[in-house]
Design a protein around this ligand. Structure first.
Ligand code: UD1
Ligand code: MG
Length: 458
């Protein structure tokens, strides 16, 4: 496509059938608000400019990507009023592609096909239609004697509609291309119905003034689907998820049990990564190449290097370098940074901590606000006491240190490089490099105790 076109996204509807305090177009599909799906498609299709119609104070404008022009719908109800609100921002020359914020899965290909049809016919208005959806509630395409589009009949209110009109299966998908000048001229002359100005009212007027109105029929239900309630939202979610998984699969990612996996829209996954059952990848998560994820992992806003293994684990805002092994049952919290080839094992929680390359924390530990040096070995059940009731303090465990089981560290405290910590110690003072830190009562053995105890009972 070489000629420029502007995209107008209508996103100021009330969406009452969602039964929600949040505007319909902000409801997420695979973690991304519906309106952003539409804007991303518009941009990928080559829009020179994107104008989005929002309602003042509804919060939609605040979440839009940079560079989108916001046009506020301050007066009037209905899609016609929405389009008019964008008149100034859109201008009066060239082609305008109108997209509905509640058809989130509109594809780049379909936008391109629609524009091609519009240009082929030299049309003033081109309508995207389908026969593949349940037509209830959609506007139906009424054709004249010669087969040309005559008008669109709304079916949200069915009183007064004829059986012939209600039997029409071809519906309007709320996606159009117009010549800007012709659109505004016709829209000025459209009146109100049921308290709304219908954008669809322009088609008979365009035809009446001798201009071409054409349609483009699609069978691609997954791009066509509209969302008017939360049942529609579920359907769109399922189709969007499948589309995303197929995109990753084409990029070299394996999904062992795709039905059980959830990957949000902005997630990136490297080639040769295998995603097992029960894996959820959320937000801005980036996964490197050759990783093995799952069974069961929930990873949010985290960055994983290559060849990382994650089993039955939960990660939030963590950074994990190459060849790390996590889990089963590891919990990485914000600020956890796990160095190359380190191992975080079973029932280990790490928060705001640097774990050095090759270090091991294999079992039952809590490391908060801690720096663990390269190659250190933190034994089972090590706990950092990072909070004194008022402030957080750091613990340092030096390079190559080896700690014993069930040790705790009352921060701020430092264990030197290559130092040892005796099992069961409560470390409150710094341990020098290469020293043994031990703090526990000496063991006392009471000889002959068992015999005396039994005699007493006897
Ligand atoms: C509209 C079409 C219908 C079509 C259907 C496809 C009209 C009159 N009807 O009906 O023919 O089959 O879409 O889904 O156009 N919007 C605003 N401001 C408003 C009202 C709506 O910006 O005042 C936006 C909404 O946010 C939404 C889009 O326009 O993104 C469509 O609005 P909606 O109320 O859902 O229209 P439908 O009744 O579904
Ligand atoms: Mg709708």
């Amino acid at each position: 496509m070489t000629e420029r076109f502007t995209v107008l996204v209508m996103a100021a509807g009330r969406g009452t059938r969602m039964r929600s305090s949040m505007p319909k177009v902000l409801h997420p599909i695979c973690g991304k608000p519906m309106v952003r799906w539409v804007i991303d498609a518009a941009r990928a299709a080559g829009a020179a400019e994107v104008v989005c119609v929002t309602r003042p104070g509804d919060g939609v404008a605040e979440g839009l990507p940079e560079g989108v022009t916001v046009a506020e719908q301050r007066e009037g109800e209905g899609t016609g009023a929405a389009a008019l609100a964008a008149r100034q921002a859109t201008g009066t020359t060239g082609a305008v592609v109108v997209l509905s914020g509640d058809h989130p899965l509109i594809s780049v290909e379909l936008i391109a096909e629609l524009i091609a049809t519009h240009r082929e016919h030299g049309a003033a208005g081109t309508i995207l239609t389908t026969e593949e959806l349940d037509p209830a509630g959609y506007g139906r395409i009424v054709r004249g004697a010669g087969g040309a589009v005559d008008r669109i009949v709304e079916t949200k209110y069915t009183e007064g509609l004829s059986q012939v009109e209600l039997a029409i299966r071809e519906v309007n998908l709320g996606t159009y291309v117009f010549e800007a000048g012709a659109l505004w001229e016709a829209l000025d002359a459209v009146g109100e119905e049921h308290g709304e100005r219908y954008l669809t009212g322009v088609f008979p007027l365009l035809r009446g003034s001798g201009k071409q109105v054409v349609s483009h029929l699609t069978r691609d239900i997954s791009s066509a689907i509209g969302v008017n309630d939360r049942v529609g939202l579920m359907d769109a979610e399922r189709l969007a998820q499948r589309r995303l998984l197929e995109h990753h699969a084409r990029g070299g990612v394996s999904f062992l049990a795709p039905e059980s996996v959830r990957v949000e829209a902005d997630v990136q996954i490297g080639q040769d990564t295998a995603v097992g059952p029960g894996v959820t990848l959320r937000g801005a998560t980036r996964v490197g190449e050759g990783c093995t994820l799952g069974p069961a992992a929930t990873i949010t806003d985290s960055t994983l290097g290559g060849h990382v293994t994650v089993t039955h684990s939960f990660l939030v805002q963590a950074v994990v370098e190459d060849r790390v092994s996590l889990g089963p049952f590891a919990y990485l919290r914000p600020g956890a940074h796990i160095g190359e080839a380190a191992r975080i094992g079973t029932f280990v929680e790490v928060k705001n901590s640097e774990i050095g390359a090759g270090a091991k924390v294999p079992h039952l530990s809590y490391l908060g606000d801690t720096d663990v040096g390269e190659g250190a070995n933190v034994a089972a059940g090590n706990i950092t006491a990072n909070y004194d009731g008022f402030a957080k303090h750091r613990t340092t465990i030096g390079k190559g240190a080896k700690t014993g089981v069930n040790a705790s560290y009352v921060a701020p405290v430092t264990v030197g490089e290559g130092a040892y910590i005796a099992a069961g110690s409560v470390i409150t003072k710094d341990v020098p490099d290469g020293a043994l830190g031990i703090s526990r009562p000496d063991q006392k053995n009471v000889e002959g105790y068992a015999e005396r105890a039994e005699r007493k009972r006897g």
